[in-house]
Design a protein around this ligand. Structure first.
Ligand SMILES: Nc1nc2c([nH]c(=O)n2[C@H]2C[C@H](O)[C@@H](COP(=O)(O)OP(=O)(O)OP(=O)(O)O)O2)c(=O)[nH]1
Length: 131
């Protein structure tokens, strides 16, 4: 099974937004960029806007494609498409998908608890910020 998943990379004041998946979900307890599965008929942008509204109660603007990674979990293969997204400063309210969130400098992100599919996206971001 291959899942197409979109992830939002939001940057504010040099920090990026990461959230811990709810313990009851697949890959529970791992940290990730918010987002989710692309539903049939959706573009990546529409899926991201919908997921961030559902999970964080915020409106974002998708600004730029970042990178795609493919990772095989025991039960599925995730094709993770990362996009830079603009957060407009709205109040972030977790709605149950996540346990907690943090804004961290990219180098501060704990690579051992980040969902493995997200590591190439984090590296693409760090490269982009350094170039
Ligand atoms: N949203 C999101 N999912 C990710 C990331 N990295 C990563 O491996 N995933 C995986 C976790 C899930 O197995 C899968 C789909 O994510 P999802 O956010 O739709 O998960 P979900 O809760 O609807 O999935 P499920 O528990 O119903 O299986 O992608 C990421 O950065 N963001």
């Amino acid at each position: 099974m291959i899942l197409n998943v979109v992830a939002a990379v939001m940057i504010a004041d040099g920090k990026i937004f990461v959230a811990q998946r709810h313990r009851s979900h697949s890959q529970g307890g791992l940290w990730e960029f918010p987002g989710g599965k692309v539903e049939p008929g959706e573009t990546a942008e529409i899926a991201l806007e919908r997921e961030l509204q559902e999970e964080l109660s915020i409106n974002v603007t998708v600004t730029e494609y970042l990178a795609t990674s493919v990772h095989q979990y025991p039960d599925k293969t995730v094709k993770l498409h990362g996009y830079l997204c603009q957060w407009h400063g709205d109040q972030i309210e977790l709605t149950g998908s996540h346990e907690q969130y943090r804004w961290l400098a990219p180098q501060q992100v704990d690579r051992t608890t980040l969902a493995p599919a997200d590591l190439p996206l984090l590296d693409a971001l760090i490269n982009m910020l350094n170039s």
